[in-house]
Design a protein around this ligand. Structure first.
Ligand code: RNT
Ligand code: ZN
Length: 420
């Protein structure tokens, strides 16, 4: 037997002593869809003429060589990253990744599913479900960072039409793929300095959103709209119209769902703790799994306590069917495909660790009021041989165990990225 098989047998025996079926845990962790964002591969640039780029409070730093410059390059890079990530992946598209139809680019208020035909055909041929996002930034009509709260009704109308079109596109993709599309709305609307009026922009935001969401209703099995709150961003440090309270109230009253981004709260606040709260009142919740370092910096997701806590909340509570997991980070200071794969692998690794943890024993201790045992077991379980099972999961998915996956990144960098 090879080493990884021996390790797996040994690990399976240890988990079995705690009543954990390793194979069941692997299957459960691998089956949960993780929506991988397309925008790590090209620094949130997109492919429109005369528009593009991260602004409105988000920023990509770094200039590592090899950025994807075309849709085909981005698709090929995405495939590479996902091929090194075990489990079911989806692709999360942004409207700014529209492609021209018959050589003509459409502005954001006139795009349709036709602009995503290549993405849809490609995703279907690879078996990726698709999620979608309107793009309310990186555009001349959003240069003041206030698309949906703008005082100019013509600017608002433009973006309302964009939002409506993105909902139509999401519904069309959902119908074509047979897989429900999460259509996530994040808008930068806010202010660098202290506003004299915080209420009026929020009233305009609610009105703009109402005009977008009342326009048509779609079945949940086709598409679901989510709204993503935020506390602050670069250049909008003092105020964000779409705060958490705004969107909790908005989504509940309009029958939408909310999206919790790990970088969008006060730095000591964690999204893991919010999942079981919002799921008391919403049928589903969406996540943007990210990593803020001092600010909403969207660093690559690492295997942190918070990532493990997110995975535990999903798996230990049986919430996997109610949480739409998405990734949201962008780092251009390292190999972008490595960044993509490191974060996506960590999300999956955290799900596997959560599924392997003998949490029933923790809950038994808790339910019998034995908090000493609960703490003792929690600490013991932190060092169970999860890595050996992870290696086995990678091998079952055709990915080399251990650090050997990284050789593929090196090879791709040499063969493909370095000649761009
Ligand atoms: C911005 C939000 C948003 C974006 C993407 C590109 O702070 O997190 O989700 O990162 O839409
Ligand atoms: Zn986000």
């Amino acid at each position: 037997m090879k080493n990884t098989d021996l390790n797996f047998e040994a690990a399976a025996g240890i988990f079995a002593q705690y009543g954990v079926d390793v194979n069941k845990a692997m299957d459960a962790a691998a089956a949960i869809p993780v929506s991988v964002h397309c925008w790590q591969g090209d620094d949130v640039t997109g492919f429109e003429k005369g528009a593009g780029g991260a602004d409105g409070g988000i920023a990509v730093t770094g200039n590592y060589p090899g950025r994807a410059r075309t849709p085909d390059e981005l698709r090929s890079d995405f495939e590479k990253a996902v091929s090194l990530t075990p489990g079911v992946s989806r692709i999360n598209l942004h409207a700014c990744y529209a492609e021209p139809v018959s050589g003509r680019s459409q502005d954001r208020d006139s795009i349709s599913a036709d602009n995503f035909r290549n993405w849809i055909d490609w995703a279907q041929s690879k078996g990726f479900g698709i999620d979608f996002n309107p793009t309310f930034f990186g555009h001349p009509k959003a240069s003041d960072g206030c698309p949906l709260t703008n005082r100019d009704p013509a600017i608002r109308d433009f973006w309302i039409e964009h939002g409506r079109r993105c909902r139509e596109i999401s519904a069309e993709i959902g119908r074509l793929t047979g897989s429900s599309v999460l259509d996530n709305f994040w808008t930068p609307d806010g202010s660098k300095d202290t506003p004299a009026d915080k209420a009026a922009p929020r009233a305009r935001l609610a009105d703009s959103l109402d005009r977008i969401f009342s326009f048509k209703k779609y079945d949940r099995s086709v598409t679901v709209d989510s709204v993503e709150s935020k506390l602050f961003g670069v250049g909008c440090e003092s105020y964000t119209a779409g705060s958490h309270e705004f969107y909790m109230g908005y989504a509940l009253s309009r029958n939408l769902i909310i999206c919790l981004d790990a970088g969008h709260f006060h730095p000591t606040e964690v999204i893991s703790d919010k999942i079981s709260s919002v799921l008391q009142f919403f049928p589903e919740v969406a996540l943007h799994v990210s990593r803020g370092v001092r600010w909403d910096s969207d660093h690559v997701v690492t295997l942190s306590d918070e990532l493990l806590a997110v995975a535990q909340e999903i798996i230990w509570n049986g919430f996997s069917g109610r949480v739409r997991i998405g990734l949201d980070y962008f780092d251009a200071s390292i190999n972008r495909i490595a960044a993509w794969a490191i974060g996506a692998r960590n999300m999956r690794r955290a799900l596997l660790i959560a599924a392997l943890t003998p949490y029933q024993l923790l809950r038994d201790a808790e339910n019998s009021g034995d908090y000493s045992a609960r703490l003792a077991l929690m600490e013991e379980f932190k060092t169970l041989p999860y890595g050996m099972v992870w290696d086995a999961l990678c091998e079952r998915c055709g990915i080399p165990a251990g650090k050997a996956w990284y050789d593929e990144i090196r090879k791709y960098e040499h063969d493909v990225l370095s000649v761009r």
